[in-house]
Design a protein. Structure first.
Length: 172
């Protein structure tokens, strides 16, 4: 590109910027061709084991004898697990690499129970932030209800807590 046309391009950008400063910024709904939401690069089964079950268990553990949070760090870690779980609840609505994943996420019950999980995890986050064990216990109950609500419909056998063998990295 010659120096002149480069300068001309810059001038055009400046003019466009000045124009757009006068008109309202486009909202996402104005964008005709919004890119599709990304799909997580894991199966839903892997996400269940790694990022749903793990933070869930760590939150429930507070109800075990001798496991109630004591220090600021304990509460901070619980808040962290709740944020992880709430994020996972969003990710499992985007599909995954498993054979059934794309079909599952289209079901109403899938979306509603995943959203229920997200709401419950946010309640756990609020409770952990406030260092309120009673509220955290209530939120834990709501989390379990969401897990069970979805599993009753889509995964009726009892979870083993394990990845299916063929989904382990390095195995076929
Ligand atoms: C929106 C639906 C949904 C929600 C919510 C959900 N699960 Fe799952 N979960 C599934 C499905 C479906 C599978 C089976 C995936 C497969 O077979 O590929 C699964 C698999 C699992 C597995 C691994 C499979 C196994 O046999 O061990 C565990 C562990 C698990 N879920 C735990 C949980 C826990 C704990 C929660 C709540 C904190 C939860 N799930 C919430 C749908 C859900």
């Amino acid at each position: 590109m010659s120096k002149t046309s480069f300068t001309a391009t810059l001038t055009m950008f400046a003019a466009a910027a000045a124009l757009s400063a006068c008109s309202p910024a486009p909202t996402p709904s104005d964008t005709a061709s919004a890119p599709p939401a990304p799909t997580p690069p894991f199966s839903i089964n892997e996400m269940m084991v790694m990022i749903v079950d793990q933070p869930g268990e760590l939150l429930w553990d507070v109800e075990k004898a001798g496991h109630a949070p004591k220090t600021d760090e304990d509460w901070y870690n619980l808040e962290n697990h709740a944020v992880s779980l709430a994020s996972a609840a969003t990710l499992i609505q985007l599909g995954g690499t498993g054979p059934a994943d794309a079909g599952w996420v289209k079901q109403d019950t899938w979306r509603s129970t995943a959203q229920q999980l997200g709401t419950a995890a946010l309640a756990a986050r609020t409770a952990a932030h406030a260092k309120d064990l009673a509220a955290l216990t209530t939120a834990n109950g709501q989390i379990v209800a969401a897990c069970e609500g979805c599993h009753k419909e889509f995964k009726p056998d009892i979870p083993t807590g394990k990845l299916f063998l063929h989904q382990r990295p390095g195995s076929n």
